[in-house]
Design a binder for this molecule. Structure first.
Ligand code: AMP
Ligand code: MG
Length: 341
């Protein structure tokens, strides 16, 4: 069980296949942001930058964590940063993250809601024992969810008393983008940033080869993917019901919550993978689409320029967004005879 916490995000969130090519990869892996983080560069002299990338993760976690009591988000949620009018002065990065959160909350019509933090502490998807929270407590918490009641004014954020922010569905994407900015500013032209399966590429694997990024088969084994994507300079983020979940009294519960009920979304999907230029966009949209379901989620993706997505229904059916522009290769499902059973 001890290893589950470390292995789960790696196994569950999609994985990479680095194809052979030029430049010997140099990687650093750490347990950060409650998940496994790996950054890979392709020039040996760039290795010292990897240490800085891990430091960046640490710094952002100290700002954005909902569970570290001293983080800026925790202090915003507790109300201790609020002035008399209720506005909290925050760092530039936190305001930027919250502004992204508000944007995607609005764009998804509240399917993604950055104020889901009133509800998330009632659930525990990460460790035993798993308990289903009391329905009345969930209902009471849902009445304190509603991104429209928040406001940004300059460097200040208004969070009405009793409400709480949870950036869990966008923070990794935002941080991956910042790491990419940092590495590019340092002259890095090829790199792979993998924050618990949120994969962001800088350039390509080599002059001839794109990066190959696997999309995990929902509920499949660690190395079981439905397809591999050829990616250059873009982000690939998957949100799935198999990532943090449990079964209790025969009922399946997972960590993507419907902000209107406070319970796991009942949509027809088991996973959504978004391919986009920025990782914050992919992170927010993949979570939002899981809540919106196939029809509305796909309509949202198709309304946006330069965003591709793959939706996987609970029965395993794959759906690609209109004009899907990313090259990919399907991976046949291992049947029982191939698996030697
Ligand atoms: P992701 O893995 O990116 O889909 O993010 C899931 C995490 O985001 C959960 O563990 C919660 O912390 C949070 N979350 C769950 N449901 C929602 C939602 N509807 N809107 C925003 N955040 C959510
Ligand atoms: Mg997300």
């Amino acid at each position: 069980m001890k290893y589950r916490k470390i292995l789960l995000p790696v196994l569950l969130a999609g994985f990479l296949f680095a194809s052979c090519g030029e430049g010997k990869p140099v990687s650093r892996t750490g347990f950060q942001l409650d998940t496994v983080v790996t950054v890979t560069v392709y020039e040996p002299e760039q290795e010292p930058l990897l240490h800085d990338c891990m430091k960046l993760c640490e710094e952002y976690e100290r700002k954005f964590s909902r569970t570290l009591p001293e983080s800026e988000i925790s202090r915003l949620n507790s109300g201790e940063l609020a002035d008399e009018a209720g506005y909290a002065a925050l760092s530039e990065e936190t305001v930027e993250l919250l502004s992204e959160g508000r944007h995607y909350s609005e764009l998804s019509d509240g399917a993604f809601d950055l104020t889901i933090g009133a509800v998330t502490p009632l659930w525990n998807f990460t460790s035993e024992p798993h308990e289903v929270p009391d329905a009345a407590a969930v209902e009471a918490a849902v009445s304190r969810v509603g991104w429209e009641k928040t406001e940004i004014s300059g460097q200040k954020f208004l969070l009405p008393s009793g409400m709480a922010i949870d950036c869990g569905a966008i923070a990794k994407g935002y941080i991956a983008d910042r790491i990419k900015d940092y590495l590019k500013a340092e002259g890095v032209e090829r790199a792979l940033i993998n924050l618990g399966g949120n994969v962001l590429c800088i350039g390509s694997r080599s002059a001839q080869r794109p990066f190959r990024v696997g999309v995990r088969r929902p509920f499949g084994g660690a190395d079981d993917s439905v397809l591999t994507l050829e990616i250059t300079d873009q982000s690939v983020v998957t949100s799935g019901i198999y990532e943090r979940c449990f079964t209790k009294n025969g009922e399946f519960y997972h960590h993507i919550l419907d902000p209107s009920t406070g319970f796991p979304t009942q949509s027809d999907l088991s996973a959504v993978t978004v391919i986009s230029d920025t990782s914050v966009q992919g992170d927010a949209l993949s979570t939002a689409c899981m809540v919106l379901g196939l029809e509305k989620g796909m309509a949202l993706i198709d309304s946006l320029p330069d965003v591709d997505a793959i939706f996987i229904e609970r029965d395993g059916t794959l759906h690609f967004s209109a004009d899907f522009s990313v090259k990919y290769e399907l991976v046949p499902e291992k049947n029982s005879s191939e698996a030697g059973l």
